[in-house]
Design a protein around this ligand. Structure first.
Ligand code: FES
Length: 119
């Protein structure tokens, strides 16, 4: 059964910031990307490192649209695990290096300046 929890205030999570909070005995990473709030478990699937306390950056990618030249993309949308560097898309939980690995995301809402997540 899903339950809703107050996780932070919007004032504590301005656009471009992230933080780890504890909700119902779980470490949860909260990320504000352009005013939208995303929530991920702060547990890396590799060796259970504190994923969401890592840096938030972008990533290099190349494809036919860049004529196979590396291009910096997704600035502010990638979190890097501080233990061994696996990168994950914050919006989807997708691991960049291993397409079969995807961590869950938690639904979020903001009501009266309070960020709520559903576990
Ligand atoms: S524990 Fe996260 S990359 Fe190893």
């Amino acid at each position: 059964m899903s339950e809703h929890y107050e996780a932070a205030t919007l004032d504590d999570l301005p656009p471009g910031s992230h933080r780890v909070v504890q909700v119902n005995n779980r470490d949860i990473g909260l990320f504000n990307i352009d005013g939208e709030i995303y929530a991920l478990p702060s547990v890396c699937p590799h060796q259970f490192g504190p994923l969401c306390s890592g840096c938030v950056t972008g990533t290099f990618a190349k494809d036919a649209s860049t004529h196979w030249q590396l291009e910096w993309r997704e600035e502010g949308e990638i979190v890097t695990c501080p233990w061994h560097g696996l990168e994950f898309r914050i919006k989807t939980g997708q691991c960049l290096a291993f397409p079969r690995i995807k961590i869950r995301t938690y639904p979020t809402t903001v009501e009266n300046g309070i960020v709520k997540i559903t576990l």
